[in-house]
Design a protein around this ligand. Structure first.
Ligand code: PGA
Length: 248
């Protein structure tokens, strides 16, 4: 069935030296091979990480990319550049990109299309703010983000897609959604996929929860029917914690 996927989002952390220490530490540990482990590292570390991870099962991801292949886009990184580094996944539309850097659903959709076209699997992030949840708008907000991010994406790409539900109020705050709430939102996302692509596709696509996931909470989370994995920030920066998460 769906292979669990635990992705560590390092965000803007670690120098090359620190990253090498962490990656080598992870490499030395035994990670469950039935779980896909992914490290989402800063651009500056992708090349080194690729070399170290080449003969391991750990997958490599970038945290963002621009949708164009090349050109006058100062400061951006293209899918061709990521492909050159044999990047497997790319996080797209993380709430920090949306909130701090003004990324819209339309921009995320362009990036998703471009990543898929270049053979890079997107981890598409969606999630509501606290205010939206308090106004009972969370399902509408999140399913609309899903629909807009997937606009004109062909059904053949379903197995390459990962959607991460990350409620913004739970990211880096220590507040985590209950496993029931996470499962319930992922169920709504799966229903949206059924509506867009049919039942079979909704059973193929992998859905993650993200937001203050810790070794203490992973087991209960992963037991839920709709949870296929986790996108983890803070706890992915420690080899011990990340190992426990992968080996849930
Ligand atoms: P966190 O971050 O685990 O530190 O809450 C999750 C994320 O932003 O992907």
């Amino acid at each position: 069935m769906r292979k669990p996927i635990i992705a560590g989002n390092w965000k803007m952390n670690n120098t090359i030296r620190e990253g090498l220490e962490l990656i080598n530490d992870l490499k030395a540990r035994s990670l469950d091979e039935d779980v896909e482990a992914v490290v989402c590292v800063p651009f500056t570390f992708l090349s080194e990480a690729r070399k170290v991870l080449r003969d391991t099962g750990i997958k490599l991801a970038a945290q963002n990319m621009y949708h164009e292949e090349s050109g006058a886009f100062t400061g951006e990184v293209s899918p061709i550049m990521l492909k050159e580094l044999e990047v497997d996944y790319v996080i797209l539309g993380h709430s920090e990109r949306r909130q701090i850097f003004g990324e819209t659903d339309e921009m995320v959709n362009a990036k998703v299309k471009s990543a898929l076209r270049h053979g890079i699997k997107p981890i598409i992030c969606v999630g509501e703010t606290l205010e939206e949840r308090e106004n009972n708008k969370e399902v509408e907000i999140v399913t609309t983000q899903v629909e807009k991010s997937l606009k004109e994406i062909d059904i053949r790409y379903i197995e390459d897609l990962v959607i991460a539900y990350e409620p913004i109020w739970a990211i880096g705050t220590g507040k985590t959604a209950s496993s029931e709430d996470a499962n319930s939102m992922l169920s709504s996302i799966r229903e949206k996929i059924t509506e867009l692509y049919g039942k079979e596709s909704s059973e193929i696509i992998r859905l993650q929860y993200g937001g203050s996931v810790k070794p203490e909470t992973i087991k209960e989370l992963m037991e839920k029917e709709n949870v296929d994995g986790a996108l983890v920030g803070g706890a992915s920066l420690k080899a011990n914690d990340f190992t426990q998460l992968v080996n849930f």
